[in-house]
Design a binder for this molecule. Structure first.
Ligand code: ADP
Length: 436
């Protein structure tokens, strides 16, 4: 028998049969009226009981306790039990669904690109956290808002309205206009759109730096090349040039060629420093020897125009000798080039509690405070003419900065216009042998 048939038999046996039996008994003993009266009473009782259970079911469904169903007994008990089981199962599925949705939202919020779903009327349906920073779209505040009314950058509405599949729209951050985003609209389903915004600030900055750099290098090379080519024309055109004049022009050409060579050398040094993360080799560099070498070079560059002193406190510094020599040499040569004749220059290696410092102090022209943060930028010069006249390439301090960075050191500059400057390279303690 099917489960439904078994249940019917059960209901007949427990409900209808006893009533029919009692009614027959009543009818036989007291006549048919009694029989009908007993049957009517019995069925009334059954209806009252069923109604009571129906009310129980209704009350329970209004506020179902999923862990326990009401004890209704019989076939009703089974119904309650099954309903309670189903409700438990549904609640579990709903909790799973909610957990899935939550982790999906968290994942979308972790994506660094901004995402916004728009319907056919460009009304915001959903967005992630990055869209808040990029486009100023924040949920739930902006749900249903029209995106063009939030992002009011000129051209954005036209971009959204134009056919799909074109280049991204370049947008500046709505709040602080310091960041730049590339926004692309991708078709989603029939009529919706997905806006994807990408932070391209750094890429654009690098691109701008690259083109400025190329322009600077071209400019730096163009000037000496123009001079050299002009002199060369004189050499070929003017057969009447005296030997002295020839010698003079040759010397000027040689100066310009040297300038180009030192520019190319500095460019190669910078490029090598940038392409490697760390120096190829390191050793304990004897600072007294290095200072003696720097002093000799400084004296040769100064040609007796400056009073140069050195002082050395501490034995050695761990690092790449060639790179340290190049960085310190640049600082020393700057001190000489930017200090008028008769000035003082002090070169020292100091040992301190937290590490060591290589310091070059001069009594030269000094640098105004507003220039200090930009001094280590490539080709940044306070006085272009003076830099050129003294053989500068505008790359010296950029090289110094790179080398110090590779040695975990920092450059501290103090300067006063007309009084002089101090350039101090501060090294961490672990680069000093005894402190290791
Ligand atoms: P440059 O080849 O022009 O000297 P650097 O990168 O070495 O290039 O220096 C950048 C600029 O910093 C210089 O042009 C100069 O204006 C300034 N500067 C560097 N060192 C000194 C110094 N000791 N005194 C004054 N100005 C300095």
């Amino acid at each position: 028998m099917t489960p439904a048939g078994t249940r019917l038999v059960k209901i007949l046996l427990t409900g209808a049969l006893p009533i029919v039996g009692l009614a027959l008994l009543g009818g036989l003993m007291r006549g048919p009226v009694w029989g009908w009266a007993v049957a009517a009473l019995g069925f009334l009782l059954v209806v009252v009981m069923q109604t009571r259970r129906l009310l129980m079911l209704s009350a329970w469904l209004d506020d179902p306790d999923r862990s326990a169903s009401p004890d209704a007994g019989g076939a009703w008990g089974e119904v309650f039990l099954k309903l309670a089981r189903k409700l438990r199962h549904d609640a579990l599925s709903l909790a799973e669904l909610e957990a899935g949705l939550r982790s999906f939202r968290e994942a979308m919020d972790a994506v660094p690109d901004g995402l916004v779903i728009l319907d056919a009327n460009h009304q915001i349906q959903w967005s992630n956290r990055a869209a808040g920073d990029h486009l100023g779209v924040r949920l739930p505040r902006d749900a249903g808002a029209i995106i063009e009314q939030l992002v009011r950058t000129p051209g954005f509405a036209e971009y959204l309205g134009s056919p799909d599949g074109h280049a991204p729209f370049i947008l500046q951050a709505p709040a602080a206009r310091t960041r730049v985003y590339a926004v692309r609209a991708v078709p989603l389903g029939e009529k919706s759109k997905l806006l994807v915004s990408l932070d391209v600030t750094d890429a654009r900055r690098v691109e701008a730096m690259r083109s400025t750099f190329v322009a600077n290098v071209s400019h730096e090379l163009r000037t000496p090349l123009t001079v050299v080519s002009g002199f060369l024309e004189h050499f070929t055109d003017d057969g009447l040039m005296t030997a002295d004049q020839r010698q003079h022009f040759a010397r000027l050409m040689s100066d310009q060629t040297k300038r180009m060579l030192s520019l190319v050398d500095d460019l190669l040094t910078l490029s090598r420093l940038e392409s490697e993360d760390a120096p190829a080799s390191e050793e304990d560099v004897a600072m007294d020897e290095l200072l003696a070498q720097l002093l000799a070079e400084a004296q040769s560059l100064s040609e007796g125009r400056h009073a140069i002193e050195t002082s050395c406190d501490g034995p050695s510094l761990r690092g790449n000798r060639k790179e340290l020599h190049s960085a310190f040499g640049n600082l020393v040569s700057n001190a000489i080039r930017y200090t008028p004749a008769g000035g003082d220059i002090h070169i020292e290696w100091q040992r301190r509690a937290g590490g060591g410092a290589f310091c070059v102090r001069d009594s030269g022209v000094g640098v105004a405070a507003e220039h200090l943060p930009r001094l280590t930028e490539r080709f940044y010069r306070v006085d272009r003419g003076r830099s050129r006249d003294t053989g500068g390439t505008g790359l010296g301090l950029a090289i110094v900065k790179h080398i110090l960075l590779r040695h975990q050191a920092t450059l501290v500059i103090n300067s006063q216009v007309g009084k002089g400057s101090t350039f101090r390279a501060e090294f961490p303690g672990w680069r000093l042998p005894s402190a290791r």
